[in-house]
Write a protein that binds this ligand. Structure first.
Ligand code: DAK
Length: 259
């Protein structure tokens, strides 16, 4: 008998909605889930029919309640370091640098590695009952999947420091106020809102979306402006640029090719 998939996909036109399927463990990220998701992220880069991905958790309670605590309970320093490096590269950085935008639809808890997964996404939308935090210090750890870096960039170093040192969970309203999420909606409207936002992104030039992601992700690094100049220049070589300008001049909506 084949095992149930750890991540399921539902297509809504050119939007792929991926649902993490460990509801009994509040979608905690174990090694198998990280591998499965990482492989899907890699594969989707070559799927022209998909222009945007929504990532969400199954069940009512959680997006993801963290890395699977039972799995790393007996790690030593070498194993911890190795897995942090592997996970960051194959999943978290792969999402952050994806050529297609990822939207995290956060229903309920997004803790530890779960919040780090949402932070790697390009847009975050929360349900009004969401609770977000990086509680690693309560376990004698620190965030190991990019949380110290990405949270600081997204909400500022001061607030990130306070959230990480206190291990405090923030509610959706506070997350909205500090820019951790871009919208907070009733639980029952979460997927509808995520789809609405996704359709807006997916209507834009795929090439320009990829270039914008590269450039924005380089912000705050020494080469940020150079990356922007480079990506900006490359856009002029794309068919999408010609189509976008032609559509504007002809007063119609652009129709960007999939590639
Ligand atoms: N891992 C494993 N199982 C988890 C889990 C987690 N993170 N979170 C919840 N579960 C499981 C519970 O054990 C429980 O399973 P059973 O006991 O029923 O078998 C089930 O999900 C339901 O959870 P609760 O019964 O606790 O549900 P409640 O509504 O009462 O509480 C809660 C919900 C989210 C407040 C609570 O479940 C909770 O505090 N969960 C743990 C939150 C947490 O501390 N998460 C981990 C943060 S640290 C690494 C890289 C990164 C990391 C680690 C290593 N390396 C590279 C090695 C990251 C670490 C973290 O994410």
């Amino acid at each position: 008998m084949s095992e149930a998939p750890l991540v399921t996909e539902e297509l809504h036109g050119n939007i792929a909605c991926w649902t993490l399927q460990r509801p009994k463990q509040l979608n905690a990220l174990n090694g198998a889930l990280i591998e499965a998701l990482g492989a899907m992220v890699e594969e989707v880069q070559h799927r022209d029919e998909v222009r945007c991905v929504i990532l969400t958790g199954s069940g009512d309670k959680a997006f993801v309640a963290g890395a699977d605590i039972k799995e790393f309970a007996d790690f030593d320093s070498v194993a911890g370091r190795r897995l942090a490096e592997h996970g960051q590269r194959t999943l978290f950085d792969a999402i952050a640098l994806s050529s297609k935008p990822f939207i995290a639809a956060i229903g309920g808890f997004a803790l530890g590695g779960g919040l780090e997964l949402a932070l790697a996404c390009h847009v975050r939308i929360a349900s009004d009952n969401a609770r977000m935090g990086l509680p690693e210090v309560t376990l004698g750890l620190i965030p190991g999947y990019g949380g110290t870096q990405r949270l600081s960039r997204i909400i500022g170093r001061g607030r990130a420091m306070e959230m990480i040192l206190s291990a405090r969970m923030v509610k959706a309203a506070e997350a909205l106020g500090c820019g951790l999420v871009s919208a907070s909606v009733p639980r029952e409207s979460l997927m509808e809102e995520a789809l609405r936002v996704a359709q807006g992104l997916a209507a834009n030039s795929p090439k320009a979306l990829a270039a914008a992601i590269r450039a924005v992700q380089a912000s705050g690094t020494p080469e940020g402006y150079e990356v922007e100049i480079d990506q900006f220049g490359r856009c002029f070589a794309n068919e999408d640029f010609k189509e976008g300008v032609a559509a504007f001049l002809e007063k119609r909506k652009p129709d960007f090719p999939g590639k």
